[in-house]
Ligand binder design. Structure first.
Ligand code: ZN
Length: 171
């Protein structure tokens, strides 16, 4: 079974993640589990805090839904350059039943290590740029909800509160 993805407002999603000092077999297993969980939910990216692990590790695959053959595993990713602005609709596997337009840089360059510990630089634009910014935000405890207007955020928070308070239907 794929690992469960934790959902907002779980407080783990709001905490900063720790740098990974050594890529042990356990870190590789975590990356594998994260990719599995991402593919199971048809996501384009997932960050370690979303499976409840506060370490700086993300997986992304922005290939088309039929392909799903461009897995990138990034250890300790950081944005070292960004330019331009785009505004696109975003959702998140940890934010249930909500999406909103978010302003992001149109292009980014990310510095990271691959799963073997080799330094790499990755350039992204379009969906990849958005996805990289979204996932790296997770490592700093930031959700796409933090980028939208207060009003939209309050409306969503209220809707979620009601839903969480509602008695569970008997099964
Ligand atoms: Zn997300």
């Amino acid at each position: 079974m794929p690992r469960e993805i934790i959902k907002y407002p779980n407080s783990l999603l709001l905490k900063p993640s720790q740098e990974i000092k050594e890529i042990t077999p356990e870190v590789r297993a975590l990356a594998h589990d994260m990719a599995e969980a991402m593919y199971a939910k048809r996501g384009v990216g997932l960050a370690a805090p979303q499976v409840g692990d506060l370490r700086r590790l993300i997986v992304v695959d922005t290939s088309s839904p039929e392909e799903r053959n461009d897995l990138k595993i990034l250890v300790n990713p950081a944005i070292i350059h960004h330019e331009g602005v785009v505004e696109e609709e975003e959702g998140c596997l940890s934010v249930v039943a909500f999406s909103a337009k978010v302003k992001r840089a149109a292009k980014v360059v990310v510095k990271a290590q691959d799963i073997d510990g080799n330094a790499l630089e990755l350039q992204g634009e379009g969906l990849l740029a958005i996805c990289l910014q979204h996932e790296i935000d997770h490592l700093d405890g930031i959700l796409f909800l933090d980028h939208i207007s207060r009003l939209k955020r309050a409306l969503y928070d209220n809707r979620l509160k009601k839903k969480l308070k509602a008695p569970k239907a008997p099964n």
